[in-house]
Design a protein around this ligand. Structure first.
Ligand code: FES
Length: 220
C-alpha cells in the first residue's frame, strides 16, 4: 500500500493548487516516453484521482468519514474493475473548416452533434489505460494522421477542447501552441476521464513549420 501523497510527493496538508502542481510535475516524469512506465503513469493518475475525489466528497480533513484519502494497493489494478478507460469525443478538423466553425467555439461539439457528420468525422471512442490517443483511434478503426510517431512532428496534432492529454517534455510543440490546446496524439496519454478533441489539425497554418512532408509512414 502506498499513500497518494507519497506517490505525488506532496505534504498531507497540501492544498488543491499544490496537489495539482505536483501532479503535473509527477505525471511528466512518469510518462512512458520519459523513462517511466505505464504502471507508474497509472499509479500517479490514481493518486491524483484519489485526492481529487477526497475534495469532491468534502472529506479533505478526514473528519466526515474518519479517514483521509485511501492508500493505494499496489497489488491490484486500481478499481475493482481495473483502471478506467477514457471517453473521447472527437471531431475532424475538415468538418470545422467545411462548416465555417471555430476551434475555440464553446458550442463546437454541440454543433457537430447536430450536423449529422460521418461517423469517422465525429463520434466517440475509448482510450484504454495503456494506450496513446492515436493508438486508441487506430484500434477503433480510424485513420488519423501521423508521421514520425515519436514527438518530432505535428502531423498527429490534435486540438484539446476539453480534458487533458499528457505531453512528454522532449516534443516539438512550442509552449505557446501547447498553451492554446494543441497536443500530439501519438504520445499523448489521457490525464482525465473524458476528453473532447479535434483531430487532423495539422493543416492549421500555425503548425505548417512542424509538419513532416509525406513519406512512406505518413498517413493522410
Ligand atoms: S506523428 Fe510525429 S509527433 Fe506524433
Amino acid at each position: 500500500m502506498v499513500s497518494p501523497f507519497e506517490v505525488l510527493e506532496v505534504d498531507e496538508d497540501a492544498d488543491d493548487e499544490a496537489v495539482e502542481r505536483a501532479y503535473r510535475e509527477r505525471v511528466k516524469r512518469a510518462h512512458p516516453d520519459q523513462g517511466g512506465s505505464i504502471e507508474e503513469f497509472q499509479l500517479v493518475r490514481r493518486a491524483y484521482r484519489e485526492l481529487s475525489e477526497r475534495d469532491r466528497n468534502g472529506d479533505e480533513s478526514g473528519e466526515e468519514n474518519g479517514a483521509g484519502p485511501a492508500d493505494i494497493d499496489l497489488s491490484d489494478d486500481g478499481d475493482a474493475a481495473g483502471p478506467k478507460p477514457t471517453r473521447v469525443e472527437f471531431l475532424d478538423y475538415e468538418a470545422v473548416v467545411d462548416y465555417g466553425w471555430s476551434l475555440d467555439d464553446d458550442e463546437l461539439f454541440r454543433k457537430a452533434g447536430q450536423a449529422d457528420l460521418d461517423p469517422d468525422a465525429h463520434g466517440r471512442l475509448l482510450v484504454q489505460p495503456d494506450e496513446s490517443l492515436l493508438e486508441a483511434a487506430e484500434r477503433s478503426g480510424f485513420a488519423w494522421p501521423f508521421s514520425c510517431r515519436g514527438g518530432a512532428c505535428a502531423n498527429c496534432a490534435v486540438y484539446l477542447a476539453a480534458g487533458e492529454l499528457s505531453q512528454p517534455t522532449d516534443h516539438i510543440m512550442p509552449d505557446d501552441l501547447a498553451e492554446r490546446g494543441f497536443r500530439l496524439s501519438c504520445n499523448g496519454y489521457p490525464l482525465t476521464d473524458e476528453l473532447s478533441v479535434v483531430f487532423n489539425v495539422k493543416q492549421r497554418p500555425e503548425l505548417d513549420d512542424l509538419i513532416l512532408p509525406p513519406g512512406p509512414f505518413t498517413r493522410r
